[in-house]
Design a protein around this ligand. Structure first.
Ligand SMILES: C[S@@+](CC[C@H](N)C(=O)[O-])C[C@H]1O[C@@H](n2cnc3c(N)ncnc32)[C@H](O)[C@@H]1O
Length: 206
């Protein structure tokens, strides 16, 4: 049973923080690379949908555990005329068959899952052997002083922000899970307090 805060305030916080212009710009670097049968983990309110290259996407499926956000996603797919399979679910137990997708997209989601290793194993399972996982995530900063503040803030922040962690590795997490990882970009997001600002985007192949 989730709390009142998680049901009502966290979706609002996600809608606001994840739609900042500097975050939207970062999405434009990675989401348009998706092609074929595409699965988005933690699709939330469908904020990435306008960034997909519709001519390259054959089919689209997405899951998220937050029902309030999924309704936004379903409404948006109807508005833009995209036939999509959007359902409730978690990355630790993805409700699709093995080797069913060419591309898996995750943006700002691995920070919030309960078991990142289990989620990465599930992403490997559902990807075709020549498939690719595209990621854009925030996480552990490379600078020691920023990382120190991330460790201090995280215990409080994760309770306020839907289990969002600040200290999780990004590209390195895919590497440790056995993916061949190529980081295409990283930076501190402008106009954002540094403990929340480090982002990386890239692609990982099983
Ligand atoms: C910070 S929000 C990001 C939403 C969206 N991906 C974006 O780019 O704006 C984190 C998302 O992860 C979802 N989430 C949390 N735990 C999850 C899990 N175990 N499996 C899949 N998604 C999860 C949340 O419901 C939320 O939509």
């Amino acid at each position: 049973m989730t709390s009142w805060w998680d049901r009502h305030m966290v979706p609002r916080l996600i809608r606001y923080c994840c739609a900042q212009p500097q975050i939207m710009k970062a999405r434009s670097h990675i989401v348009p690379l998706a092609k074929g049968d595409v699965f988005e983990l933690g699709c939330g309110g469908g904020i990435n949908l306008p960034f997909y290259d519709r001519s390259a996407v054959r089919s689209f499926a997405g899951i998220d555990p937050t029902e309030a956000l999924l309704n936004d996603s379903r409404r948006l797919t109807k508005e833009i005329g995209l036939s999509a399979n959007i359902c409730a679910g978690v990355g630790e137990d993805i409700p699709f068959a093995s080797h069913s997708f060419d591309t898996v997209v995750t943006t700002f989601t691995l920070c919030s899952v309960h078991d990142p290793a289990a989620v990465l194993a599930e992403i490997r399972r559902i990807l075709r052997p020549d498939g690719v996982a595209l990621f854009l995530e925030h996480g552990a900063a490379p600078d020691a002083d920023v990382h120190k503040w991330q460790r201090r803030i995280e215990p409080v922040w994760k309770h306020m922000a839907g289990n969002c962690h600040l200290t999780r590795p990004i590209g390195d997490a895919y590497q440790s899970a056995g993916f061949q990882t190529e980081v295409l970009g990283n930076r501190y997001t402008p106009k954002t307090p540094r403990p929340f600002a480090w982002i990386e985007w890239g692609q990982a192949r099983p």
